[in-house]
Design a protein around this ligand. Structure first.
Ligand SMILES: Cc1cc2nc3c(=O)[nH]c(=O)nc-3n(C[C@H](O)[C@H](O)[C@H](O)COP(=O)(O)OP(=O)(O)OC[C@H]3O[C@@H](n4cnc5c(N)ncnc54)[C@H](O)[C@@H]3O)c2cc1C
Length: 421
């Protein structure tokens, strides 16, 4: 067995090179550990590749909440709904759905809001520090984002959400029709209100961001192995990473395997963690790169449009399916109708490009797992649902503190793995 050593005298394996693993690996390598990343598919090849690029720090509410229940039947029965269940996979997803719905009560919602706020309020500070350290701060544009409303009653009902945001330190301002017309001329007349979130940011290419993080990691001396990890064994003096090719010894190992974490957690901890592949899709509009100054999401239509290097990215929709089911690209095509209703001029069919599907790693309480074993030789960072890009750098900071044995700046008990034991 190969045993890794470092100048700091401590080696760390990071399993998974999505945005969570990449940020954690880079942060640990910068801290002086000798880090090796394991991923058979390369950097950012799964969910982190095609997301909407929105650092959505305003999204502090869990997905299951008391307001969801009355809307659910209509959402699930309409074929064009932003939320759908793949009925042939129901035997694999029903248990998760029940656990998810059991969280749609006042107490769990308040608990999750507090825990999400703790991560989101620190998210951009951590991103700034990480990217400044490797001179990559140009990858993030901090120009805010806009949530638009076409239905007046929906906007009125949203007032209580805005009040809750204020109470949790989220800044926002309402834009009325005249402001929207002058500032956002490419939006349709049907848009009546906008809520602008000045402290949010976006990246114009989430995949490029992953590749840049990988390059920075390698430049700092990080190591890379394109191998699938089959198991991680915790021994007294080290953790052993077992791959499809060999076994390697490290002082510590971090698991950041996104929606594919279930089999590894079962092998390591003997827990069947309720992690659901909550699918989302994107559809690229190859033109219209300069069409919007920042991400615009629709409260009525439940999708987002983000200006990217390669065009305008239409993204969103939720589909509960088994992780190994093939994508249903009709869900990506649906985004075309949604966008055409929200823009002043319809997009020509010739201007639509790539369709993509990603598996969001979602736990029933909408909170990630950021934790370590009792012995502290194996750490866990997965389950960031709709907010993995947003929370990647703060997760990396917390993981690094745990590897160091330092006290973390926030109480990590809401993110414990054992809440599912
Ligand atoms: C349509 C859509 C839009 C989104 N928009 C946003 C957004 O605007 N803002 C936001 O914050 N979030 C957004 N998200 C969510 C975000 O993309 C995810 O939360 C995030 O990408 C999860 O990152 P991850 O590193 O945990 O997982 P992944 O990116 O899936 O990475 C996991 C990695 O682990 C590797 N792996 C798995 N098993 C093994 C193994 N056994 N051995 C070695 N490697 C392994 C995989 O190959 C993969 O590379 C969106 C998601 C979707 C689908």
């Amino acid at each position: 067995m190969l045993i890794e050593k470092s100048s700091k005298g401590c080696s760390v394996a990071v399993v998974g090179a999505g945005i969570i693993g990449l940020c954690s690996a880079l942060k640990l390598q910068l801290e002086g550990y000798q880090v090796t990343v394991f991923d058979p598919s390369g950097a950012g090849s799964k969910c982190s590749r095609g997301n909407a690029g929105h650092f959505a720090t305003e999204q502090i509410f869990p997905l299951a909440n008391p307001g969801l229940i009355p809307q659910l039947p209509k959402m699930l029965l309409s074929p064009n709904s932003p939320v759908s269940i793949r009925f042939r996979d129901l035997h694999k997803t029903a248990n998760w759905m029940l656990r998810f719905l059991s969280k749609a009560r006042y107490k769990p919602t308040t608990h999750a809001t507090q825990a999400l706020t703790k991560l989101n309020s620190r998210a951009m500070g951590s991103w700034k520090k990480l990217l400044d350290d490797v001179e990559l701060s140009h990858l993030i544009s901090s120009t805010g984002s806009l949530l638009v409303f076409e239905n007046e009653q929906l906007f009125e009902r949203y007032q209580s959400t805005l009040n809750a945001m204020t109470n949790n330190g989220v800044s926002w301002e309402v834009w009325h029709k005249e402001q929207l017309k002058s500032r956002m001329p490419n939006l349709a007349n049907s848009v009546k209100f906008g809520v602008f979130f000045p402290d949010t940011s976006h990246t114009s290419d989430p995949y490029e961001m992953c590749l840049e993080l990988k390059s920075a990691f390698l430049s700092c001396g990080g190591k890379w192995r394109e191998e699938k990890v089959e198991n991680v064994q915790e021994k007294v003096s080290r953790s052993v990473v077992v791959t499809d090719k060999a076994e390697y010894g490290f002082d510590k190992a971090v698991l950041a395997t996104g929606a594919q974490s279930v089999p590894l957690i079962k092998r390591i901890m003997n827990i069947k963690v309720p992690l659901q592949a909550e699918r989302g899709y994107h559809l690229m509009v190859t033109k219209n790169r300069e069409f919007l100054p920042f991400p615009v999401s629709s409260a009525d239509r439940k999708f987002i449009m983000t200006p990217m290097k390669s065009g305008l990215r239409l993204a969103g929709t939720v589909e509960y399916a088994a992780i190994d089911s093939p994508p249903n690209m009709k869900r990506a095509s649906m985004l075309k109708e949604l966008a055409n209703g929200l823009l002043s001029e319809p997009i020509s069919d010739d201007d639509f490009g790539e369709k993509w599907m990603g598996n969001r790693p979602s736990l029933p309480d909408s909170l990630p797992v950021i934790d370590q074993t009792e012995k502290g030789r194996i750490l866990f960072a997965f389950g960031h649902q709709h907010l993995g890009l947003t929370q990647a750098a703060i997760t990396a900071e917390l993981i690094t503190k745990m590897v160091n044995g330092d006290e973390t700046q926030i109480d990590l008990s809401p993110y414990r793995l054992m809440r599912f034991s």
